[in-house]
Design a protein around this ligand. Structure first.
Ligand code: CA
Length: 237
């Protein structure tokens, strides 16, 4: 999950960044709407956190430009204004949600998660994703293998979620890195391989197929259902 944060207040920006990173999000932080629009040109984001009071182009204007350019990335407005009419107007103009300053950092992460989920799956919300013996429960961020809970780290969960949501396609290492890590975040060159290795170990060695030079893909569900001889090796939560 990659989030773009447009916030010119250094202290609030840093705190929001850290809060989101602690919740496992990759965050790119810009301090103006212009930089935000430039970032949207070069990178895919799952969500934009947009401060209204930015130097130069305002947050409202930025939102209008985004929607005019048919960019439908979910936007959460950060505002100090608490008036109901202002918020209704912003939602009418295409914001997906808003946060009124000062806000709780856990709440930011929860709101981001909620708007991303709505955008990905439409109205069905936080429905379970099932693939053979594997069930992913986005709402509680839990994973079950043959009905048994398996404890995963946040990044392992997101790698698995990415593979499950794109199960018919191969996902490249770069796509996984971009979804997991923000600008300037130190990435070990084998970080993705390590997450994949752990997922195979915790769930099933056959679960993820490596396509040399291409990336990773989930094994077909019927392949995982057959041959119960392989030890799942799940770590019960
Ligand atoms: Ca501001």
């Amino acid at each position: 999950m990659r989030v773009l944060l447009a916030e010119d207040d250094a202290m609030l920006g840093r705190a929001t960044c850290l809060g989101l990173m602690q919740s496992g999000y990759a965050v790119d932080w810009v301090t103006s709407a212009e930089q935000g629009l430039a970032a949207l040109d070069t990178q895919n984001y799952d969500c934009v956190l947009l401060d209204l009071g930015l130097p130069g182009m305002s947050g409202e204007e930025c939102l209008r430009v985004m929607r005019t350019q048919a960019r439908y990335t979910p936007v959460i407005i950060i505002t100090a204004r608490g008036h109901v009419e202002d918020r209704i107007q912003l939602l009418d103009e295409g914001a997906d949600d808003y946060l009124v300053k000062p806000f709780d950092l856990d709440e930011v992460a929860a709101r981001v998660r909620a708007v991303v989920r709505r955008a990905q799956v439409g109205d069905v919300g936080e429905e379970d994703v099932v693939h053979g013996p594997l069930t992913l429960q986005p709402a509680s961020r839990s994973v079950l293998w043959n009905g048994r809970h398996v404890a995963l780290t946040t990044k392992e969960f997101w790698v698995l979620e990415l593979l499950m949501r794109r199960r018919s396609r191969t996902v490249s290492r770069q796509q996984i890195e971009e979804a997991l890590y923000g600008w300037g975040e130190e990435i070990e060159s084998n970080a993705v391989q390590v997450h994949i290795h752990h997922l195979r170990r915790k769930l099933d060695p056959r679960l993820i197929i490596t396509t040399r030079g291409m990336g990773y893909q989930l094994a077909p569900a019927q392949m995982l259902n057959s041959d119960p001889g392989v030890q799942a090796g799940g770590e019960a939560a």
